[in-house]
Design a protein around this ligand. Structure first.
Ligand SMILES: [Zn+2]
Length: 317
């Protein structure tokens, strides 16, 4: 009988599940539409059914634990707390509920910490004891590992590097503060930058023909690849703000590497080239050349499930 864990990534739109072995192979997978379960009790039942279904599909396996990555997931309490992009309000004791329904041990953390776990167990951070993972998606999430341990802090919500203030009195952030890193260095931050640059620059760009609400970071990356001046300037500006965030973070925990993950990273050298230049400019000189900034070693399509599974392998066993 093969030992596996279940990795579950709870997202605003989809919840993705997978049975994962110790080597990071996904033996069976499933997904649910999170929003179609306004009552969290129904969602928990659907999760339990899905786990049973995957177990049947995978054949002769024993599920040793369940790992969950979720927005605003509290590692200490196994709760999802005030997650604004989920349908359930307040504090949801989701780990306990799923554990009761499935009789399998459950451990939970936030999605960015799960990504860092995935990087450590299955990805490019294998063998590293000190590293940071930044997830550049709609927002900017982060997981910090120090001495081989995830940093959770007093509240369980340590290492929210996306909410470091990079620009005093800068852009309004969803967290209620202003000038947070994620308002600049994220997919939505890049779009905000392009909208601003189009009002300041006279250059022609096809991006002007796209209604602002439909503009995406992918479109901006495509134009930047064709040397569009506005798109290139937007990447340069984003890279500078991200570099300031990384320069400040590196001082705090002295990582061996900073891994970047998420849609924005697909832009490759459009982001990494200016980023490396700005990091050299802003980081404390002694740190130059003493850490690397690298793309994640995990394929984006599997990352969330592998991260949640890595948490289970690491914590339960
Ligand atoms: Zn913020």
């Amino acid at each position: 009988m093969k030992e596996v864990v279940t990795g579950i990534d709870i997202g605003g739109t989809n919840t993705v599940l997978g049975l994962v072995d110790r080597d990071g192979n996904i033996l069976a997978g499933d997904s649910l539409l999170t929003g179609s379960y306004p009552d969290v009790a129904d969602f928990v039942k659907a999760i339990a059914d899905s786990v049973k279904k995957m177990k049947q599909k995978a054949g002769d396996v024993e599920i040793k634990g369940i790992g969950i990555g979720a927005p605003n997931g509290n590692y200490y309490k196994g709760t999802i707390e005030q997650a604004t992009n989920l349908v359930w309000r307040g504090v949801i004791p989701i780990a306990d509920m799923i554990e009761k329904e499935t009789s399998i041990k459950v451990v939970l953390t936030n999605d960015a910490n799960a990504a860092a776990m995935g990087e450590m167990i299955f990805g490019a951070a294998k063998g590293m004891k000190d590293f940071i993972v930044l997830t550049l998606g709609t927002g900017l999430g982060s997981g910090i590992v120090v001495n081989g341990q995830m940093v959770y802090g007093h509240t369980g919500f340590a290492g929210e590097l996306g909410h470091m203030v990079i620009v005093p009195n800068g852009r309004a952030c969803g967290c209620g503060s202003h000038g947070c890193l994620e308002t600049y260095a994220s997919a939505t931050g890049l779009v905000r930058t392009v909208l601003l640059l189009m009002s300041e620059m006279r250059d022609n760009t096809p991006l002007r023909n796209i209604p602002p609400a439909q503009l995406t970071s992918k479109m901006i990356a495509e134009e930047a690849a064709k040397n569009d001046p506005v798109a290139l300037k937007a990447f340069d500006y984003t890279a500078e703000k991200l570099a300031i965030g990384i320069a400040n973070s590196v001082i705090f925990s002295s990582p061996q590497a900073v891994f970047l993950f998420g849609g924005l990273v697909n832009a490759g050298e459009l982001l990494f080239k200016p980023l490396r230049q700005y990091i050299d400019k802003y980081v404390m000189p002694w740190y130059r050349g003493r850490f690397e900034v690298l793309p994640s070693g995990i394929k984006e399509a599997n990352a969330a499930v592998l991260g949640a599974a890595a948490l289970a392998w690491n914590e339960i066993l």
